[in-house]
Design a binder for this molecule. Structure first.
Ligand code: FES
Ligand code: FE2
Length: 446
């Protein structure tokens, strides 16, 4: 349970809130790289309740500007691209990627435009996505996640949008207990190895270990063979989670990026050193998953729910026949729960023992928010000065079957991390950039 004031501090990412100011201090993913073609249509972007526009000029350079034209306020998202600039269609004022006005044909004085600028923000292209820094001063060093080191054909960046507050989506990712319940049907269908390992166990044993950047959540499920199914989720305050991957050569990192208080971008960065995108595509087809659009789409949650209906298209007939949730897949189930109440009133909730990780996450979140409010310190990894020396590339969730007597903390933090690092180094050594075949659709930009 939270007080009404804390619930508001937790949810509110829009201008004027402390969280808004803090969130601007991180690099935020905002579009898949492919979404911006050189000289293609600009895209309207909303982040943290503010509107922007992003475009790629003819040389491949990406601009990220405030949306409003500084002349009389038309949206630059309607602008024309070309000539390495974005041109407002209202009176033809032209802006380059730095936000400088380079022509204002409606003014007779040709030097007039040199006095005008649209606020522009630093952009970085990495891991198949475009990232922006909206904060003051120099941006922090870019977090080199393991997926950023991967050649393009061994990673993919996907994003989906949900009409609900970011907190609900993040809490769902940290909530191990709902998997066997809300997702009873996908678990029964055994869509992947992790889910098979969870089968039939609803109350895992939970514990939490603090880290300089957030925490690690451990969940243990006893198996019939006497071993333990261990899941470790890494939480990086405030928006990032890496949950378990089954093999040393694959992983995923998920970001819940607030668009505004009622909408969230769910980013999923995945990589696999043993397989390429072709293999993923094949897997989706074989699962009947439907989800060809998972492979290459700008919103993988787009059709998960029927948002024209109050019940999101929940199938009551299927439920009568034994389907637990009435939603077509795991993603639809998570989205339906989050969107059913877009901003939850946490003065009315009752947390139980199974919500330990959620409670911990909120504690860590408020600790970070309060520190930021007090002295401007930003909770996070190296770039924000925690001095832990832990590299982003080494952070990954775990999903493994281990011996019951094994030391789970040492296993996750030392043994498995070293094994994964060795695997990465060997892989990267055999995929030196000059040995890489760049897939045709991934253009190299200057
Ligand atoms: S409003 Fe953009 S050029 Fe006039
Ligand atoms: Fe879920």
């Amino acid at each position: 349970m939270l007080s009404a004031a804390d619930n508001a501090r937790y949810n509110d990412v829009e201008p004027g809130s402390i969280l808004h100011d803090m969130a601007r201090r991180y690099w935020l993913p905002y579009l898949r790289s492919e979404a911006l073609e050189p000289n293609g249509p600009p895209k309207k972007i909303e982040l943290l309740g503010e509107k922007f526009v992003s475009f790629r000029d003819g040389r491949g350079k990406v601009g990220f500007l405030e949306e409003q034209c500084p002349h009389r306020g038309a949206s630059l998202s309607l602008g024309r691209t070309g000539d390495n600039a974005l041109t407002c269609i209202f009176h033809g004022w032209k802006f380059d990627t730095s936000g400088a006005c380079i022509a204002s044909p409606s003014e007779s004085n040709p030097r007039f435009c040199s006095t005008v600028k649209v606020p522009a923000f630093p952009v970085k292209e990495a891991g198949g996505a475009l990232w922006v820094y909206l904060g003051p001063g120099e941006p922090p060093a870019f977090p080199e996640w393991e997926f950023c080191l991967m050649p393009p054909e061994h990673r993919r960046a996907r994003v989906g949008y949900t009409d609900s507050n970011w907190t609900q989506n993040l809490e769902t990712l940290l909530d191990s207990a709902h998997i066997g319940l809300l997702h009873a049907q996908p678990v029964k269908n055994a869509i992947n190895d992790s889910v098979v390992a969870i089968k039939g166990v609803h109350a895992p044993k939970l514990s939490v270990v603090d880290t300089p950047y957030g925490f690690q959540a451990y969940s243990r499920r006893e198996r019939e063979d006497g071993q333990v199914y261990l899941r470790v989720t890494e939480y990086l305050a405030p928006f990032t989670v890496s949950n378990g991957s089954m093999r040393t050569d694959e992983g995923r990192v998920l970001f819940m990026i607030p668009i505004n208080n009622r909408r969230t971008a769910f980013w999923r960065f995945e990589w696999d050193m043993a397989h390429t995108q072709e293999w993923w595509k094949q897997q989706s087809i074989e699962r009947g998953a439907l989800d060809l659009k998972f492979v290459d789409h700008d919103d993988f949650l787009l059709n998960s729910l029927d948002r024209t209906r109050e019940d999101f298209g929940q199938n009551r007939e299927a439920m009568k026949l034994g389907h637990w949730s009435g939603f077509k897949n795991l993603r639809a189930e998570d989205a339906a729960v989050a969107e059913s109440v877009p901003i939850v009133d946490r003065t009315k909730e009752h947390l139980g023992a199974s919500d330990l990780v959620i409670a911990k996450m909120r504690q860590r979140f408020f600790q970070g928010l309060n520190e930021f409010e007090r002295d401007g310190r930003v909770l996070g990894l190296g770039p924000h000065g925690d001095g832990s020396g832990i590299a982003y590339a080494d952070l990954r969730g775990t999903s493994e079957v281990i011996a019951a007597a094994a030391d789970q903390i040492a296993y996750h933090n030392v043994e498995l991390r070293e094994e994964r690092r060795a695997r990465r180094e060997a892989f990267l050594a055999s995929h030196k950039p000059d040995a890489l075949a760049q897939p045709a659709k991934e253009k190299k930009h200057a």
